[in-house]
Design a binder for this molecule. Structure first.
Ligand SMILES: [Fe+2]
Ligand SMILES: [Fe+2]
Length: 462
């Protein structure tokens, strides 16, 4: 692909040659607050590449505006029917459709995290246009994604807390594909002025109720993982008055005059198709391979554990330090542990030495593995035992109740609040709104000052 074609128009802005960044690199750069002009330009190139890739994807969105609402309503009916069928299958004793085990579910939460942690970001650029009636529905949607500044209702904060509670918030090692959706959302958010039809189209696709949301919510709950984030979207994105309805209205209210309408709708469809780039929910779920994940995790740990064991620690006559000094030995190490009787697959992990060394406050390796990493070890050992009634009675880590998150009310929060109020008092109302909008960026809105800014902005624009 000729990248220069995708970056046309940029020459006047920046003279240096531009490369198309990896999604992951750009994602983190865009979450610097605020991203520099150079980074925004790189986001422009990235988005151009994604749109070009998306042109060959199928698009079921009707190109006649009058047909969009009936089409969305019929999709909701299809989803409801498919979910009823799923529920009936489960009632007949079918196993979970998505998650084989708890480690699988945590792998999913982690794999989609780069997308969920910028929830709503594609609408950020519309905040500056809050006075224009045609954008009010989308601005409202953005504010609701931010929980209108109420920490317990801020979608990004809800997901951050979920990851932290499950011990799978270390997303740095995820591969580039996991970042494509999140980076696309950020790029749309910062390029709304030039990509309005694509923003509207992306929003139309994202705010619909998919079957996987309903199934994930149910299966996460079954595994003792708080499904609040997923259940919340079942209700808030509804097509009668929720975000899906706002998405349809936004399209209708931004339609140009008849002679430009076809071109506009073609671009809306392009934005809609962006929803299918990168990895989606089902892709992440399908690519889970428990043993592969376990071995990759152990390989990462190996690098940090070298020469940390005593010389007397040996397995099959070989010092543990030597096992850990050589790459690619983790599968053989697990086999050696099995042969020694420290691990017995398809049985309760707690009955054997290895799990006792890994898990528990007084375990020799206490703190070495995160909860997610321990879940990988546990589920790999447990295997078929997980399907037994005994396993259902002995979950090693199930917290059904949401812990009270440490939201607000601290001195630091008060200090931010006081500083922001003092700033706002010192500038004119327009400057004040600009300041609030800058604090409501995807990088900042879930932090104390961002939450306060969102509450103030919501009160001003209601
Ligand atoms: Fe959301
Ligand atoms: Fe939404």
């Amino acid at each position: 692909m000729d990248k220069s074609l995708l970056c046309d128009g940029s020459a006047a802005v920046l003279s240096q040659p531009l490369e198309v960044d990896s999604a992951k690199t750009l994602y983190w750069k865009m979450l610097a607050d605020p991203p520099s002009a150079l980074i925004v330009q790189r986001a422009r190139c990235f988005l151009g590449v994604q749109l070009a890739r998306a042109t060959c994807l199928p698009c079921d969105m009707p190109l006649e505006p009058a047909r969009i609402l009936p089409w969305m309503e019929s999709r909701v009916r299809q989803t409801a029917n498919a979910y009823a069928e799923y529920q009936a299958q489960r009632a007949r004793g079918q196993p979970r459709r998505y998650f084989l085990c708890r480690a699988h579910a945590l792998y999913f939460l982690r794999g989609v995290a780069p997308t969920k942690l910028v929830d709503g970001a594609w609408l950020y650029g519309l905040l500056a246009h809050w006075r224009e009636h045609r954008f009010q529905g989308l601005v409202r949607t953005y504010l609701e994604e931010l929980g209108e500044g109420v920490p317990e209702q801020n979608h990004v904060l809800i997901y951050r807390n979920l990851l932290a509670r499950q011990g799978c918030d270390d997303i740095e090692s995820l591969d580039d594909e996991c970042y494509i959706q999140g980076t696309t959302q950020l790029a749309l958010g910062y390029l709304a002025r030039e990509r309005l039809p694509e923003v509207i189209g992306y929003n139309l696709g994202y705010e619909q109720l998919p079957l996987h949301l309903l199934i994930c919510a149910r299966e996460l709950a079954e595994l003792g993982i708080d499904p609040h984030y997923f259940r919340l979207h079942v209700t808030i994105d509804n097509v009668s008055c929720g975000h899906a309805m706002q998405a349809v209205k936004a399209l209708q209210e931004n339609l140009p005059l008849a002679d430009r309408r076809d071109e506009f709708l073609a671009r809306v469809a392009g934005g809609y198709r962006l929803n299918d780039t990168g990895l989606g929910t089902l892709d992440v779920i399908e690519r889970f391979d428990l043993e592969h994940e376990l071995l990759c995790m152990l390989e990462r740990k190996r690098l940090k554990a070298q020469n940390m064991h005593s010389d007397s620690s040996a397995l099959q006559g070989c010092p543990l330090n030597l096992w850990l000094s050589t790459p690619g030995q983790m599968k053989r190490l697990l086999t050696a542990l099995e042969q020694r009787g420290w691990i017995r697959r398809n049985e309760a992990p707690a009955a054997r030495r290895f799990w006792q060394v890994v898990n528990g406050q007084s375990a020799a390796m206490f703190g070495v593995f995160s909860p997610y990493e321990k879940q990988l070890i546990h589920d790999w050992i447990a295997g078929r035992w997980l399907a037994t009634p005994e396993a259902a009675c002995r979950p090693w880590r199930r917290k059904r109740h949401r812990a009270s998150p440490a939201f607000g009310g601290t001195d630091e929060f008060d200090r931010d609040e006081r500083a922001l109020k003092a700033q706002l008092d010192a500038i004119d109302p327009d400057g004040g709104m600009q300041r609030l909008i800058s604090l409501m960026s995807p990088a900042y809105h879930y932090r104390p000052a961002g939450l306060l800014a969102t509450r103030l902005f919501t009160a001003q624009t209601r």
